[in-house]
Design a protein. Structure first.
Length: 302
């Protein structure tokens, strides 16, 4: 593409980081998708964004699919292109968002994995007789109790916890803050961590969870510790931090049937995102029925 057209991708990156205040990871993901579009435009000899047509975006999506991208990945790619074109419209570069008319191929929605209540209990109730065990127990209790995302957990400061109200203030997607309840067992684990935290944390460190060197614990460290405890506690499936969130939502929905409450707990902007857990709830009901109802199975012939 023409050099002046390419300048708009750099301006878009600045817009994402300064005005939208997206995370570096998200900004990098947008850039990768736009570079794929730029490469496509170069192959089609398109020099300016105003020359991009609906047919070009359809071909771009089709070639992405033919190249092995999953429908979900193509949807993310098209979403990035739509957002970029909205930015170009705002800046007066183009007049219409041609990407809005193009949809990714449909795919079967894969349901998230969950642990059952007994597995979760076995995972969380680890030996907490030293500082790292106490910290990790508090981390896993909080992840399961409040359905936090991993990034939300590692962002927490000590001041975000309100032990009196049993709540935690969470900075979620889009820098939206929500107040989330914390269960009594998680409160107990967090109080114990609060009494031990000084053995690791630097005096001026605001982070709730810290690691070696007294600095804020990062996402990779939490992932590794969760996987470590899953192996040690004999959990027979792959365990990762987001699994606590899925399990929390599923168990609360199974018990309450209140999808709006689960939406608020998880901080979903759209209830359609939360609705996937109703599918999990239905699957659980079917499984229980098939295993317990006296007439769910045909008796074998004598």
């Amino acid at each position: 593409m023409h050099i002046r057209a390419l300048e708009w991708t750099d301006r878009f990156q600045r817009y994402l980081t300064t005005e939208r205040q997206v995370s570096p990871h998200t900004a990098s993901a947008y850039r990768l998708e736009l570079m794929a579009l730029v490469a496509f435009c170069d192959g089609e000899l398109i020099e300016d964004w105003s020359a991009v047509l609906v047919s070009h975006i359809r071909t771009f999506a089709a070639r992405s699919h033919a190249g092995g991208l999953s429908p979900q990945s193509i949807q993310r790619r098209l979403s990035a292109v739509r957002t970029f074109m909205k930015f170009l419209i705002r800046e007066g570069v183009i007049g219409a968002n041609v990407a809005e008319l193009v949809q990714a191929p449909r795919s079967t929605r894969r349901l998230p994995s969950v642990l059952d209540i007994d597995q979760m209990k076995r995972l969380i109730e680890i030996p907490a007789d030293e500082v790292y065990g106490i910290r990790d127990r508090a981390i896993m209790e909080l992840l399961y109790s409040s359905g936090l995302r991993l990034i939300e957990l590692v962002r927490l400061d000590r001041t975000d916890l309100d032990f009196a109200d049993r709540t935690v203030r969470v900075l979620g997607k889009g820098n939206v803050t929500r107040i989330v309840p914390v269960g009594s067992l998680a409160i107990e684990a967090l109080k114990r961590w609060r009494g031990t935290r000084g053995k690791l944390a630097r005096p001026d460190q605001p982070a709730l969870f810290v690691g070696r060197g007294g600095r804020r614990l990062n996402r990779r460290a939490v992932q590794m510790r969760v996987a470590y405890w899953a192996r040690r506690q004999g959990i027979p499936v792959r365990v990762y931090p987001h699994l606590f969130r899925h399990s929390c939502a599923t168990h609360v929905l199974e018990s309450s049937g209140d999808i709006r409450a689960v939406q608020d707990l998880l901080g979903h902007a759209s209830i359609s995102t939360t609705a996937i857990y109703t599918s999990l709830d239905s699957q659980h009901l079917i499984k229980v029925y098939q295993n317990t109802h006296p007439r769910a199975h045909r008796k074998s012939q004598p």
